[in-house]
Ligand binder design. Structure first.
Ligand code: SF4
Length: 355
């Protein structure tokens, strides 16, 4: 069995910029600009960054809610079937979506207010399974039990549920088609902290029970840290740092990752850090800064940073941890420099918009 469930290679997703009464196209926003990563079965990748960094677009591209302009997304199903996402036919897309599901931020908006919870959960089963009515009812009871809701929820409507209960229904709906990968897009962001913790704990339990892989998209590193095996940090459409979660949280090498960490309280971080907020706003992706896109906000920027795009390279930090980072001057760890293996994962300027 192939251990890799997802292979994302150099994907680019652009949206047209329309202006004026006639909606004339005047440019393209590269919301995602050369993103690559792989994900192993049963593992969690945390995809983090500020609002507008492209992380949700990556999730939408994986499940084919948006089309890619370049690159490749390949999903390897448990049974050996291989899905090249950008070339799926309508029929294959339906089968693919029974293996890859999404849990959204706002479960209320994604649930039909006129349907009972039972009807909502049954809808997916009717499309994606061959269970008869009795079996569907049994399956719905199991799903509700799996997400910590009683059988009486079958007859309830979304407006009768709390935010946490609605999100449990959203998770049950995703589970109903027996997926292998679930993309959680800011799935706990709208919940109170105590409810967030319960939902994250539930996701962990379900992962162990069903060998699920997750892509957990969030702006909140504190949330991502608990759930993720690996973390990829995105800034203006690109991954700027990627490594195992512990390494990224304890020893960030990229100044942007360091600033994201400083902006949130993270319980496990023991390294001494200056507390500061990230300077300024995320620049417009329509006209991103030259060179390193983070340079207008980076406290470590040098002249070269505004001119040359740092390549995404793999290397070893001072503590001996492997990581991938895109910075001309990665932060030293315990006084030692990041040593690049000079293997460019993505060449500088590869996807630079032509001016
Ligand atoms: Fe900062 Fe320069 Fe590194 Fe960009 S390349 S993160 S501007 S030090």
């Amino acid at each position: 069995m192939n251990d890799m469930i997802l292979d994302v290679r150099d994907i680019v997703v652009g949206f047209p910029v329309l202006r004026g009464f006639l909606k004339k196209m005047v440019g393209t926003v590269h919301a995602v600009d050369g993103v690559s990563f792989t994900l192993a079965r049963g593992r969690t990748l945390g995809l983090v960054g500020e609002s507008g960094c492209g992380k949700t677009t990556v999730g939408n591209a994986i499940i084919r809610l948006v089309d890619t302009d370049a690159g490749q997304i390949v999903f390897h199903a448990r049974d050996g079937e291989r899905f090249a996402v950008e070339t799926l036919t309508d029929r294959n897309l339906r089968r693919f979506r029974s293996r890859v599901q999404m849990v959204f931020q706002d479960p209320y908006n994604s649930l039909n207010p006129r349907w009972t919870i039972g009807a909502t959960l049954e809808a997916g089963l009717k499309i994606h399974s061959e269970l008869d009515a009795d079996r569907r009812r049994e399956r719905i009871a199991t799903l509700l039990h799996d997400v910590g809701l009683g059988p009486d929820f079958i007859e309830r409507y979304p407006h009768e549920l709390s935010g946490g209960q609605r999100q449990r229904v959203g998770i049950a709906r995703a589970l109903s088609v027996d997926p292998e990968l679930i993309i959680c897009d800011e799935s706990v962001s709208a919940l109170d902290v105590s409810v967030q913790a319960q939902i994250i704990h539930l996701l962990k339990e379900l992962q162990a029970k069903y060998q699920l892989a997750y892509i957990f998209i969030s702006h909140d590193l504190a949330v991502v840290e608990y759930l993720s095996d690996e973390i990829a940090v995105m800034y203006l459409g690109r991954i700027v740092e990627h490594g195992d979660a512990e390494t990224i949280i304890r020893h960030p090498a990229h100044p942007y990752t360091r600033q994201l960490l400083e902006a949130v309280p993270v319980a496990k971080v023991q390294a001494k850090r200056e507390r500061a907020l990230i300077r300024g706003e995320v620049p417009s992706p329509i006209d991103p800064p030259s060179g390193c896109r983070f340079h207008p906000r980076c406290p470590h920027a040098m002249a070269v940073c505004a001119i040359e795009t740092p390549p995404l390279v793999e290397g070893t930090d001072g503590a001996g941890n492997r990581r991938i980072t895109a910075c001309h001057f990665p932060l030293p760890i315990d006084g030692a420099e990041f040593r690049s293996d000079t293997i460019a994962i993505q060449s500088p300027n590869e996807n630079e918009p032509s001016s």
